[in-house]
Design a protein around this ligand. Sequence first.
Ligand code: 13P
Length: 249
Amino acid sequence: MRRPIIAGNWKMNNTIAETKALIADLIPLVKDAACDVVVCTPYTDLAAAVEATRGTNIKVGAENVHWAEKGAFTGEISAKMLVELGVEYVIIGHSERRQYFGETDETVNMRVKAALAAGLKPIICVGETLAERESGKTAEVVTRQTRAAFKDIDKDELDNIVIAYEPVWAIGTGKTATAEDANDTIKVIRDTMAELYCPKCAESRVRIQYGGSMNPKNASELMAMPEIDGGLIGGASLKAEDFSKVVNF
Ligand code: 13P
């Protein structure tokens, strides 16, 4: 009912030459995928990624976007600039942005609005830190982050938005949430969406990925869980073979 979506988040990896090589390797390996396939690349690789994926089933995403249409924001990139390049998705509110670059629930919401207004599809990241998990606050944190991200977002946009649940302690650590824990927290997020919109919308139109040390070994178990609709893949998206194995879970 909900089409799975597997997205790679390359983070600050790959030059243009490496982008072309990785995508060339990836194309034949994922051509028969039963899910949506996305690669999110650094800004400087986007044009090459769009060119390299043209006519294939691989879509391209950015890793962030500014909320303003244009102006005096040195070093920032607008949604319109991404659309002009042929970019379709954009990651918003990744925990690394929240942790190192001052991203807040409020700026996540501003970026989501700007992305949607320009026709981009946001992949909105939520997730608790280790301290929050250990103090029993996981549900509270993801509920707060989800409510804030969707403030004033119309129900009509739900088909254009993906949520990624990424427990911060599982990112790049090799520690994966158990499939059951990931499923339970994603259920909390879906219930929040049901309250914000409607139960049927949350059930049929909201795709929620898991992210955090997802790899060829654990992908099928995670993807078998009823609430998990895909993955946001960091480290394992940097090798064509590993990423294709996740895509073909
Ligand atoms: P890893 O897959 O490297 O843990 O990264 C996950 C992530 O942050 C994807 O956005």
